[in-house]
Design a protein around this ligand. Sequence first.
Ligand code: TR5
Length: 144
Amino acid sequence: LPSRRLISHVRATSNEEDASKAAAATADSGAPTIFDKIINKEIPSTIVYEDDKVLAFRDISPQAPVHILVVPKLRDGLTQLGKAEERHVDILGQLLHAAKIVAEKEGILDGFRVVINNGPDACQSVYHLHLHVLGGRQMKWPPG
Ligand code: TR5
């Protein structure tokens, strides 16, 4: 037991934030997510862009001055990118196009990053496919 405690201590101090995110990351259960409520407007969000297929809203915990999530309104099995199939090709393109529209609206076309976290090892926490659009500051490379 003491050694187990030591290991968790080492992890926490090497990168506390990553470790807590990884610990909070869950597997894909296919259960409805909080994004359904945001899409249905049962929970308020700051919407930046909307069309019949896509919704873009500000992340509640922004990691950059601009941090917007772009989601398909209909999840259709796309809990994560790793579940993408041929039938999703159109919506995948629409999501990327919406990311560009969002970047343009936010005035960050000179430099922005689009991120998809896929699965527990990438710290995915919400199992409804979403693109993170990040910008408004110098982005670092490589991402962690
Ligand atoms: O970790 P992944 O890639 O799955 O990204 C999920 C993102 O959803 C995180 O960046 C969270 O900060 C964000 N998130 C989580 C909630 C939430 C949200 N963004 C806007 N509004 C939110 N509400 C109302 N509730 C959340 N639980």
